[in-house]
Design a protein around this ligand. Structure first.
Ligand SMILES: Nc1nc2c(ncn2[C@@H]2O[C@H](COP(=O)(O)OP(=O)(O)O)[C@@H](O)[C@H]2O)c(=O)[nH]1
Ligand SMILES: [Mg+2]
Length: 93
């Protein structure tokens, strides 16, 4: 264990003894996510009010907003899916 860390722990009122949890803590350090194998852009086209935004939001966030205002301009969402062991990043417009 890092000696400086041990001193800091003692100062903070810790027991100072190296516990088995100390190793687990460093193992729990965040690993950056694996980059996507594929990146796809999907554009949903249709007349106003047919449910394009609703479809996109149901798929990406599993939500539905009945009283939402219609989209002015463009809007996109990102969802990553895994298919046959491949990570696919979807950008849905
Ligand atoms: N009942 C019902 N209403 C929906 C459905 N999908 C969308 N809507 C409603 O239709 C309206 C237009 O939907 P929206 O997703 O904004 O359409 P967009 O203009 O194509 O993006 C909204 O008030 C939605 O709540 C559906 O499957 N069922
Ligand atoms: Mg819309």
């Amino acid at each position: 264990m890092d000696h400086r860390y041990d001193i800091a722990r003692r100062a903070a009122g810790g027991s100072g003894s190296s516990s088995p949890g100390a190793g687990a803590q460093s193992r729990r350090r965040k690993v950056p996510p694996r980059p996507a194998d594929f990146k796809l852009q999907i554009i949903i086209i249709g007349a106003r009010g047919v449910g394009k935004t609703s479809l996109m939001e149901r798929f990406t966030d599993d939500t539905f907003c009945e009283a939402c205002k219609s989209t002015v301009g463009v809007d996109f969402k990102i969802k990553t899916v895994e298919l046959r062991g491949k990570k696919i990043r979807l950008q849905i417009w």
